[in-house]
Ligand binder design. Structure first.
Ligand code: SAH
Length: 398
């Protein structure tokens, strides 16, 4: 028996349409004291069961785990994890020899709201974005071990920066489980589409790598031959490696993080050895693009989320516009521009309109060649369109 929450009259519509969030304004009352992270049942005003989920303090009051009246026990966590794994199997990612890093669990997209699990070879790296998921981390770890079996030799929890700060969890990052012979110090190397990447989930951003650009990196490879490439916001050099792999004449990588730039150099060395035409700069990328007198015929713009919430969208759009306008103005005739936004709050249409005005500011003739999005291991729950966060365009600048 789970504690119950009752919706106000006529507020059940979105749950009936399987949207996985309940907003606090829709709730009439609760029976008993509900703490953040507890599992509760959401009922309509007449007391009929609608969904079961994790309670949260804030505007989203419940994140739904199931629309069925079923216990959330070990077997349930295993079932959901197995469901996510089946999708990655279908995609050819789980068990692939070419790509040994992928997203196994993508929050709402895998009907596990608030949970991210990325696979790096034999290690699962998990980030809880809600107290409810954090409370269940041992169950999640057990489910990962059950589903992945011998493929898995360690589970690392990296929730200290993603779990809500105000919940007083004192979350510390660390291994929830490791096999006895799991090596501690050795550099971890994974493959993406056959290319090597050194990954350090303890020091790196997010879970270690940005796995959501896999498909766009392959596309960069297709366009790169003979081009002088500028890869901005390069992190550990993902796009740079594929540009070089595709035969780029030279690649310059720019990131504000010294650690990222060091790793980008490391990854170039790992894949192509010394003497590769690659330079990495620790710098502000927006300024770099504005001020450079380098001649580039391919530019990649993959900034961090400039808008973390709706209120920040207008300023974010301005910053994106400035960046895109400089790149469009600077790129050589016949140049290819890859431009992205990973802000969930910036909608695809707003992004496109922003790029349109950037092109107008730069006064260049621009064609859209490709519209890009997140890859299939970052699926979108059809009832939760907010899950579509990554937008990109490939442009041909005449
Ligand atoms: N393209 C990368 C992922 C980019 S994530 C990949 O394929 O892996 C965004 C990156 O932007 C992070 O590495 C972050 O360190 C960097 N960053 C944030 N603000 C920046 C700024 N003002 N100038 C340059 N880099 C910045």
């Amino acid at each position: 028996m789970y504690p119950k929450l009752y919706l106000k009259r006529n507020k059940e519509e979105s749950l009936l349409r399987r949207h996985p969030w309940v907003f606090s304004g829709a709730l009439a009352r609760a029976d008993g004291q509900l703490e953040e992270g507890t599992i509760a049942d959401v009922c309509d005003s007449g007391g009929k069961f609608l969904a079961r989920g994790h309670c949260q303090i804030g505007s989203i009051a419940v994140r739904v785990l199931t629309f069925r009246d079923e216990p959330i026990d070990r077997a349930w966590w295993i079932k959901r994890t197995a469901g996510a794994y089946a999708v990655r199997k279908a995609l050819g990612l789980a068990g692939s020899r070419e790509t040994t890093c992928y997203r196994l669990i993508h929050g709402e997209g895998d009907m596990l709201p608030g949970l991210i699990v990325d696979i790096y070879g034999d290690t699962a790296v998990m980030q809880c974005h809600s107290v409810g998921m954090f409370v269940h981390r041992e169950d999640i770890c057990a489910a990962l071990r059950e589903v992945l079996g011998g493929e898995l030799r360690a589970v690392y929890d990296k929730s200290s920066r993603t779990a809500p700060f105000n919940a007083g969890l004192d979350a510390a990052d660390g291994y929830l489980w490791k096999a006895e012979d799991y090596p501690d110090q050795e550099e971890k190397i994974v493959l993406e589409s056959g290319r090597k990447f050194a990954v350090d989930w303890e020091r790196g951003q997010k879970t270690g790598l940005f796995l959501d650009q896999r498909e766009s990196r392959r596309l960069v490879m297709q366009f790169a031959r003979g081009r002088r490439v500028l890869n901005t916001f390069c992190y550990t050099g993902g796009f740079s490696i594929f540009a070089l792999g595709g035969g780029a004449a030279s690649v310059d990588s720019v990131d504000s993080s010294g650690y990222a730039v060091e790793m980008a150099d490391r990854n170039v060395l790992l894949n192509f050895g010394a003497g590769t035409p690659h330079r990495a700069f620790t710098a502000d990328a927006t300024k770099f693009v504005r001020d450079t007198d380098g001649r580039y015929d391919m530019i990649i713009l993959d900034p961090p989320a400039f808008a973390k919430h709706l209120k920040a969208v207008p300023n974010a759009l301005q910053a994106y516009r400035r960046l895109n306008a400089s790149a469009i103005a600077k790129i050589e005739p016949g140049g290819i521009l890859f431009t992205f936004s990973c802000s969930q709050a910036v909608l695809a249409d707003q992004f496109r309109t922003m790029v349109f005005s950037a092109a107008a500011i730069a006064g260049r003739s621009v064609r859209v060649l490709h519209r890009l999005s997140q890859p299939a291991d970052h699926p979108v729950n059809i009832y939760h369109p907010e899950g579509e966060y990554l937008k990109g365009l490939v442009l041909y600048v005449e």
